[in-house]
Design a protein around this ligand. Structure first.
Ligand SMILES: *Cc1c(COP(=O)(O)O)cnc(C)c1O
Length: 228
């Protein structure tokens, strides 16, 4: 147990060092990329350890799982899962930012929920740049979605999120990230959320300002939702 505990802190410190080193060698400032710890299927205990290690933002894919696990934790909460319209209210209540707005219907449901809560909800638009990915707006439909989300008075567009192709050749990965980056540049936002455990270096090279790291921080994910 103590060993496990040490290892999240060790991995966090090592990752932060590697990320800052990579930023420097790209001519970017250390600290310029935020590390969001992806906690899906991890226990609340693991999340507590990550926070103790210095993590200040977490990403969750499932509303029900986040509801129990993240309750009361002093951490910025990012929703990175598929937005189901019937869960929009809970998402707007629980999360500080929604990274995965990929269609007008989801935006409007979140907009109504945020209006009901009397808040303006920060969002990223999720762009699909990978043939293996189910969700996200196609790059050629991005401008249409952007206009739809801009019409939502209770949402604030902060940028773009994308998931890279999973087993890509380097060139394929670069092209995918550049596609996402071009959408980001049109979004008017400051956040480009690109990069997971397997491709964060390429993501930083493409200008990512936020890395969503699960496995690299926590080790292999438990198969299903952890017991809390
Ligand atoms: C699971 C997940 C991640 C983290 O993946 P790792 O490869 O474990 O770092 C990042 N982003 C999204 C949207 C995810 O669903």
């Amino acid at each position: 147990m103590m060993l496990e505990r040490g290892s999240i802190a060790d991995r966090y410190a090592a990752l932060r060092r590697e990320i800052d080193g990579a930023l420097r060698s790209l001519g970017r400032q250390p600290g310029e990329a935020e590390l969001v710890a992806v906690t899906k299927f991890q226990s609340r205990q693991a999340v507590l350890e990550a926070i103790a290690a210095g993590v200040s933002a977490v990403g969750e894919n499932y509303v029900q799982e986040a509801e129990q696990k993240l309750a009361g934790l002093p951490v910025r909460k990012h929703f990175i899962g598929h937005v189901q319209t019937n869960k929009a209210r809970r998402i707007a209540e629980l999360f500080d930012i929604v990274e995965s707005v990929d269609r007008g219907e989801a935006a409007r449901a979140l907009d109504r929920a945020a209006a009901g809560l009397g808040r303006r909800l920060p969002v990223l638009l999720q762009v699909n740049v990978s043939p293996s990915e189910r969700f996200g707006v196609a790059p050629q439909a991005f401008d249409t979605l952007l206009a739809e989300v801009r019409a939502c008075g209770h949402l604030r567009i902060e940028g773009v999120m994308a998931i890279g192709p999973l087993s890509a050749q380097p060139g394929e990965l670069r092209d995918a990230f550049q596609n996402a980056r071009r959408c980001f540049e049109r979004s008017g936002g400051r956040v480009l959320s690109l990069g997971m455990s397997g491709d964060w270096r390429e993501a930083l090279a493409a200008g990512s300002t936020e890395l969503r790291l699960g496995t690299a921080l926590f080790g292999p994910r438990p198969q299903k939702e952890a017991r809390l």
